[in-house]
Design a protein around this ligand. Structure first.
Ligand code: APR
Length: 309
């Protein structure tokens, strides 16, 4: 357990993230910060009162200022607006960039040694904003996307094969958008290559459903976007950092030559430990996967160039 984890944004993703962190006792204190008066305080109090029932000793605190967040070991940024039907993640660009900028300025001074996990969308660009504004090294700024996209992909495969989700190993790389790259060549069921268990056409349909996984949920909800799986994904990343598990998880990382690319955040396999991103793993890709990753990088560079800082 670490001393303190802050979650910025006490909306759907933020509050669910804070609750999962507390239930897993990843931090002694979990601080939820939001600009809405009373919301983080009320939700935090409610969550903390579930502690005697759920049996956790983490203390959850809600606040509108950064005083209580001082010296957080990890900060999860979920502040921003969520998608509505018909909106792409990029439609959130400048509103969320302004919010993430303001949040990052606060964190830079109150928690200068924190590891940042960015969840606000468009994810890859918001991670860039957070790194640029805080000036933190790239090991300490990571974006949550790949774990979520991979979870969706694994869930769909498990359902199609009628097997346990636990036995699906897979990795989705690239940007967190329609161009994401589920790696079929690295998808297996308890070590059995997926191509031996499923016809290509069915697999292609699952890849497409994964790419539109977030939009499918927005279409149902109408007033917001997904939060149960996104919060679970962010917390899995926190857990690997807190317990120095050194798990290999797909995260948005700032590339400096890896995969032949530089100067952007892109989803790649990362080893996550107490130092944050301890290693970016470069795997062999098929020609098709390499092309798809390059296309995905282009889709990230475009909004990155348009963001106003
Ligand atoms: N500082 C702190 N909190 C802020 C700020 C800010 N400057 N600006 C907005 N917020 C808060 C809002 O008050 C709100 O409570 O961020 C919260 C966002 O919550 P929701 O609207 O419920 O959105 P949510 O579903 O949690 O999504 C948040 O995560 O997955 C992404 O695309 C999603 O960018 C979106 C983000």
């Amino acid at each position: 357990m670490v001393n303190k984890i802050t979650v910025v944004g006490a909306g759907n993703v933020g509050a669910t993230t804070a609750q999962r962190i507390a239930e897993k006792e990843l931090a002694r204190t979990v601080v939820m910060v939001d600009v809405m008066e009373g919301i983080p305080q009320g939700k935090a109090l409610d969550q903390w009162q579930s502690a005697p029932i759920e049996g956790f000793d983490s203390r959850v605190i809600g606040t509108n200022t950064y005083d209580e967040t001082h010296d957080s070991e990890i900060v999860v940024i979920t502040a921003g607006i969520a998608r509505k039907p018909g909106m792409s993640r990029d439609d959130l660009l400048n509103t969320n960039a302004g919010i993430v900028k303001q949040v990052s300025e606060q964190i830079r001074t109150t928690s200068p040694n924190a590891i940042l996990i960015v969840v606000s969308n468009p994810l890859d660009v918001m991670s860039y904003v957070a790194m640029k504004v805080t000036g933190f090294p790239r090991q300490r700024v990571l974006g949550m996307a790949g774990v979520l996209d991979t979870a969706r992909y694994r869930a769909f495969i498990a359902e199609a094969l009628d097997v346990s989700v636990r036995d699906i190993q897979a990795m989705v790389l690239g940007g967190h958008g329609d161009t994401m790259v589920p790696l079929i060549s690295y998808t297996s069921v308890s070590g059995i290559p997926i191509t031996q268990l499923m016809p290509q056409a069915k697999l292609n349909a699952i890849v497409e459903r994964t790419r539109g996984g977030g939009a499918e949920i927005v279409k149902h909800l109408k007033t917001g976007s997904a939060y149960y799986a996104p919060s679970a994904a962010a917390v899995q990343m926190c857990e690997s950092i807190v317990f120095d598990q050194k798990r290999i998880l797909p995260c948005a990382a700032w590339l400096e030559g890896e995969y032949g690319m530089s100067g952007l955040f892109l989803g790649v396999p990362c080893k996550l430990g107490r130092g944050g991103i301890e290693k970016i793993i470069e795997v062999e890709l098929t020609r098709e996967e390499r092309d798809a990753l390059a296309k995905s990088a282009d889709a990230v560079r475009e909004p990155m160039g348009a963001v106003k800082l």
